[in-house]
Design a protein around this ligand. Structure first.
Ligand SMILES: Nc1nc2c(c(=O)[nH]1)N[C@H]1C(S)=C(S)[C@@H](COP(=O)(O)OP(=O)(O)OC[C@H]3O[C@@H](n4cnc5c(=O)[nH]c(N)nc54)[C@H](O)[C@@H]3O)O[C@H]1N2
Ligand SMILES: Nc1nc2c(c(=O)[nH]1)N[C@H]1C(S)=C(S)[C@@H](COP(=O)(O)OP(=O)(O)OC[C@H]3O[C@@H](n4cnc5c(=O)[nH]c(N)nc54)[C@H](O)[C@@H]3O)O[C@H]1N2
Ligand code: SF4
Ligand SMILES: [Mo]
Length: 693
């Protein structure tokens, strides 16, 4: 007899950073429907198309279901099915061999976008193994905003969408498409209904740009010039919060002198935003109390990211928007286990000195190895050789900047293993491929360590198929083999209880509650100062010289100097139906977005003889790819918006599923990197286009 549908409450994950509360209908161990949960803390019933299609990931016939071992040459596409004990044993033996030969730091532990607790269990494994090298994409995703924030005001200032703001600036952030890291768009849309005004800084007329009071159609890659012009207007016109500046900032006079030169007129030439529009929107932000700045990836996918992030935090500070409700806050965490004890940071005290990027003199407190430096260590042995890797939840061949050198680096490793749910271009090069269980198939906790002040319950809904294991379980077993057994649990679920213990809850009780959030507490600096060396928000960094950082935010020109051979400006944004390079194999999503599309303005199209739907070749100094042209007036003439993350799961494993033909990262380069975070340019690149003959 078949069961009736029963509904389980959980939170969405792994289709982006996650966050929406879901009601999941289950029948006979199969998910039959997904709905937004009206009680959801972040979404109040909202749900997006990715989540509606997400159960299809679990049942796809080509999903990885067994551990695989490479047969024949790397990347040839020949696999032998092996057992879990053999897979764990083979990985352990190979990583141990490399540790014996070259030292523990010659093994890298690579994570893609953090998906849940697996990220922190991986860091724990790396730490216990003795390797300081946790490689992650944070150089282009969140580290600049988090770490620049910590240096400037002692915390990561997140936009508070839970309290009404008078104005929100969406600075290169498309929350209706990306719902970036828990900033679920429905929270903002509700605020807009209640009267919140928007200032949108975006080269594209997004849905939210249409709703904005001011839309600044910026030339891609020039955000730091615009941010400095905002500072210029607000300081020159005396619009800043005088009491806050006097009591709680360090270096205001120096900042004021420094930004005098960045007039709206001058910065207008750099940014293409009319000077009057810069003035009016800066005045409007300064006059709005409270106001929040929600910034997105374009701020940090640029060699100038440190200066841009600094300028934005200075803006929040001088306008009195730091740590006020509806401003940019230091979210107060619930009483749960801290990150340090979770990952056992105490067991690797020399990490800060020994991690690869420390030898490139990046900014203090930046703890993950930028992929560009990881590749250099593999290919050139600098600062020391890296010979092995364990890769989880990541597809570096698509996601890392400059794909050809990523290919070379992966091919030259002595050994690497990949855990994924599907065969990807990266996994197809591995020595061992592990079949991961994914969201809905195991108990997990969401939003831990993200700095948003809450954690979300993600209880299991169905059993994983065949031999799929949650990453946490794989890591727990590897941990027992590779490091001292006392640090690991009998069962990986021990990590859940360990994290929740300080809250006095076990996992079951937590699931009952659904989520845990810290108490709302604002203006914490009034009690104990800002957690910076001066105790103030440091407009001028007091330790800049010591760490070889620029004390004040600068504009040193666009990310690439003009080049008449490459007259167009290239950028990209995320596809609302996919997560990075993931899920092109989910048919329901592929129907919405079937092929890689490059957007250009009709005038640019006419200039280059390109028509709607034409195959379009896009070239930079680094490489060339082909996508399909779409003509739209949502972007300016002279700008090229190419799709990112494309490979073709319908292609062949032995050619890595056409990883080159449409892949945006064939166009990017690691030759020039921002000093502080090792960040490459992914936005505002110079390019040219032609119709494919
Ligand atoms: N040019 C360019 N490059 C970029 C960006 C850009 O905008 N432009 N964006 C950057 C950003 S912001 C980020 S965060 C990175 C993202 O980089 P990645 O995180 O590497 O992104 P994905 O391509 O989504 O790869 C994730 C992989 O995890 C797998 N996966 C899904 N669920 C699970 C699971 O439960 N367990 C395991 N083991 N695997 C799972 C998916 O199948 C997929 O292959 O890319 C960065 N790279
Ligand atoms: N659907 C979907 N959602 C996602 C992801 C995904 O891949 N797909 N990825 C997740 C991850 S890991 C992250 S980090 C977040 C990223 O979330 P967002 O930061 O919102 O991501 P993007 O789409 O890269 O960029 C946002 C906006 O920047 C604009 N833009 C492009 N170039 C520039 C520029 O030079 N300057 C300015 N000011 N704006 C520019 C784009 O038009 C776009 O509207 O999203 C998360 N959510
Ligand atoms: S916005 Fe993100 S968290 Fe919300 S339903 Fe969509 S994929 Fe899930
Ligand atoms: Mo990201």
């Amino acid at each position: 007899m078949t069961e009736k549908i029963h509904w389980i409450k959980t939170h969405c994950a792994r289709m982006d950073h996650g966050g929406c509360a879901l009601l999941v209908g289950v029948k006979d161990n199969k998910i039959v429907q997904v709905k937004g949960d009206p009680d959801g803390y972040l979404n109040k019933g909202y749900v997006c198309p990715k989540a509606l299609a997400s159960p299809d990931r679990l049942t796809h016939p080509s999903r990885l279901r067994h551990p695989l071992k490479r047969k024949g040459k790397r990347g040839e596409g020949n696999w032998e099915r092996i057992s879990w004990p053999e897979a764990i044993q083979t990985i352990s033996e190979n990583l141990s061999k490399i540790r014996e030969g070259y030292g523990a730091k010659s093994v890298a532990f690579c994570q893609g976008m953090p998906k849940g607790l697996e990220h922190f269990v991986l860091i724990r494994l790396a730490n216990l193994f003795g390797s300081p090298n946790l490689v992650a994409v944070q150089d282009v995703c969140h580290a600049p905003r988090e770490v620049s924030g910590m240096h400037t005001c002692g915390f990561y200032p997140v936009a508070d969408f839970h309290h009404q703001s008078k104005t929100v600036i969406l600075w290169g952030s498309n929350v209706t498409g990306t719902n970036e890291e828990g900033e679920i768009c429905s929270l903002l849309l509700n605020q807009i209904k209640q009267g919140t005004e928007l200032i949108v800084v975006d080269p594209k007329k997004t849905d939210l740009a249409k709703k904005a009071k001011f839309w600044l159609q910026i030339k891609p890659g020039t955000d730091n010039a615009l941010a400095l012009a905002f500072l210029n207007v607000i300081i020159e016109e005396g619009l800043y919060d005088k009491a806050f500046v006097e009591n709680w900032t360090h270096g205001f006079e120096e900042l004021a002198t420094h930004v005098k030169d960045y007039t709206p007129e001058k910065m207008s030439q750099a940014t293409w935003v009319p000077a009057d529009l810069i003035r009016e929107s800066a005045r409007y932000y300064a006059a709005s109390h409270p106001a929040a700045i929600q910034w997105g990836n374009p701020i940090e996918q640029n060699i100038n990211t440190f200066d841009t992030s600094r300028a934005l935090v200075c803006l929040m500070a001088i306008c009195g928007n730091l740590d006020v409700p509806g401003g940019n806050i230091q979210a107060n965490e619930p009483r749960i286990l801290g990150l340090g004890p979770f990952v056992r940071a105490d067991l690797i005290p020399s990490k800060r000195k020994e991690m690869i990027h420390a030898h490139h003199h990046t900014i203090p407190r930046f703890m993950t190895v930028p992929p560009a430096f990881f590749k250099k260590a593999v290919l050139e042995g600098f600062p020391y050789p890296v010979r092995g890797a364990y890769i989880q939840c990541a597809n570096p061949l698509m996601g890392y900047t400059e794909s050809p050198s990523t290919f070379d680096a992966l091919m030259s490793l002595d050994f690497f293993a990949v855990s994924d749910i599907f065969m990807t271009p990266t996994a197809s090069l591995a020595d061992i491929v592990l079949p991961a269980a994914t969201h809905f198939e195991f108990n997990d906790i969401g939003h831990y360590g993200l700095g948003h002040g809450h954690i979300l319950a993600r209880p299991k809904v169905v059993d994983p198929p065949e031999e799929c294991w949650p990453d946490m379980k794989i890591l727990n077993e590897l941990g027992k083999n590779l490091t001292s057994g006392e640090y690991w649990h009998e069962d990986y679920e021990g990590f859940l209880d360990m994290l929740l213990k300080p809250a006095g809850l076990n996992y079951e009780q937590f699931v009952e509650q659904g989520y845990l959030k810290g108490e709302d507490r604002f203006k914490k600096y009034e009690a104990s100062g800002f957690k910076t060396p001066t105790g103030k928000a440091e407009l001028r960094l007091s330790r800049a010289e010591k760490f070889n950082l620029s004390p004040l935010p600068r504009f040193t020109g666009p990310p690439e100097a003009d080049d008449p051979e490459y007259p167009l400006i290239l950028t990209s944004s995320k596809d609302r139906y996919y997560l990075h390079s993931s899920y092109r194999w989910v048919e329901k999503l592929r129907k919405h977005s079937p092929r890689p599309v490059t957007e250009i303005h009709p005038e640019t199209a006419a200039e280059y003889g390109v028509a709607e739907g034409d195959e379009l070749v896009i070239e930079t100094r680094s490489g060339s790819i082909t996508q399909f042209a779409h003509l739209t007036e949502k972007i300016q003439p002279g700008v090229v918006f190419a799709a990112y993350g494309w490979w073709f799961p319908e292609g062949k494993s032995e050619t890595q599923y056409e990883w080159k033909s449409a892949n945006f990262n064939m166009l990017t380069s690691v030759k020039t990197l921002g000093k502080e975070f090792g960040t490459p340019n992914l936005k505002g690149l110079l390019c040219r286009i032609r119709r494919k003959k």
